[in-house]
Design a protein around this ligand. Structure first.
Ligand code: GLY
Ligand code: MN
Length: 368
């Protein structure tokens, strides 16, 4: 991944002689490790990646995923995989770093324990914070990343289309979440990209609700927020439905959220700020009877993590750039009653955007 290594070094606030990424134990694995090392399999606990300004990448793997690491390195001549015995580790790492003084670290994701382990291994050096450079590099996607994000989004969309057929009176939120996750993996996901949210009725009024034992009943609104990992890249999609007995207010809420999402989408193009997008959606909702019921930011960038880079809210100055992948997810929440959120993943293109997620967004009433 020579181009990616170079992109990170170019973005560093101060020049560095090397960039070191140090993983802890799962889930405290640096996402940037897999930005530089394209390896679909393996957990890589305790692994190191050392990138050099010329684009070379040295990966230190444990024997537990060595075969995957060697296979991945075969596809990329700039990658060298090391699987040292514990007693050889220090010598091999020092052999690559030599007397280099200025070493960039991902302050945002390295744990304190990994940092101490590193200083023990190579001594104290001049540390440079690489987190902003990594964030900047990762926030615009290359062709290979777009391909994976697209596939992850297609899996999410396929499941989104299937949800109405999964709904049965009396099923629990957990049962529906389990079916959705099962289906994602049947469609080729390596797993879910975050804890699936399924909220029936009043549960849907809490944006980050986690599914429980509540049973689906006629008259319930249903919020399903979920996503797939495909080759380590995430999707994030929300679809909302109505089950059984019609509720005119919740139908109008759904239609208002659709209009709010469309208002934000109509502005999505390079040069526009996150707050302009957020405010476009918020204005629609605040001009409706549900003023103030859109209680979170409009969306976020997405990549190797589901929340990857920046969030978009009323104060976000981040400017959209071609190649960014972001979510657009307005919602209206009525405590004690229910909620509606519609979320899509989009790719910012030269003059506008493209949908990555494609499942229907309109109001759907499923008979009980
Ligand atoms: N998918 C949950 C969120 O974006 O917060
Ligand atoms: Mn989201």
């Amino acid at each position: 991944m020579k181009d990616r290594v170079r992109k990170v070094f170019e973005n560093l606030a101060a020049p560095a002689d090397a960039l070191v990424l140090a993983n802890s134990v799962d889930p405290l694995i640096d996402h940037s490790f897999f930005y530089l090392f394209d390896c679909a399999s393996g957990i890589f606990e305790g692994s190191l990646a050392i990138a050099l300004p010329d684009g070379q990448l040295h990966v230190f793997s444990s024997p537990l995923e060595a075969e995957s690491a060697y296979q991945a390195a075969k596809q990329d001549p700039t990658v060298t995989v090391h699987v040292p015995k514990p007693s050889e580790m220090e010598g091999e790492v020092r052999g690559i770093l030599g007397a280099t003084q200025r070493i960039a670290l991902n302050y945002h994701e390295v744990t304190h324990e990994s940092y101490l382990r590193l200083t023990k291994l190579i001594g104290d050096r001049e540390w440079i914070d690489a987190s902003a450079a990594l964030r900047k590099a990762r926030v615009t996607k290359d062709a290979r990343e777009i391909e994976r994000l697209t596939r992850a989004a297609e899996i999410g969309s396929a499941v989104g289309r299937e949800i109405p057929g999964m709904l049965k009176a009396g099923m629990t939120e957990l049962e529906l979440a389990a079916e959705m996750e099962y289906s994602m993996m049947k469609h080729g996901a390596s797993g879910r990209s975050f804890s699936t949210i399924v909220g029936f009725g009043p549960s849907g009024a809490e944006p980050h609700y986690m599914p429980g034992e509540r049973r689906l009943a006629s008259g319930d609104s249903i919020v399903c927020d979920f996503g797939a990992f495909y080759r380590r890249y995430a999707s994030d999609i929300t679809r909302s439905f109505h089950f059984g007995r019609r509720d005119d207010e919740l139908k109008r809420v759904h239609e208002t959220v659709e209009v709010a999402q469309q208002a934000a989408l109509s502005l999505a193009r390079p040069g526009v700020t996150g707050k302009e997008l957020h405010n476009a959606a918020a204005q629609v909702i605040d001009a409706s009877p549900w003023k103030g019921r859109f209680t979170h930011g409009l969306g976020h960038s997405i990549g190797l993590a589901v929340h990857d880079g920046f969030g978009m809210g009323p104060l976000t100055d981040d400017v959209l750039v071609e190649g960014m992948a972001i979510t657009i997810e307005p919602g209206i929440y009525l405590p004690g009653r229910g909620g509606v959120r519609i979320e899509d993943d989009i790719l910012i293109t030269r003059h506008g955007y493209e949908f990555l997620t494609t499942a229907p967004r309109g109001y759907v009433e499923v008979s009980a």
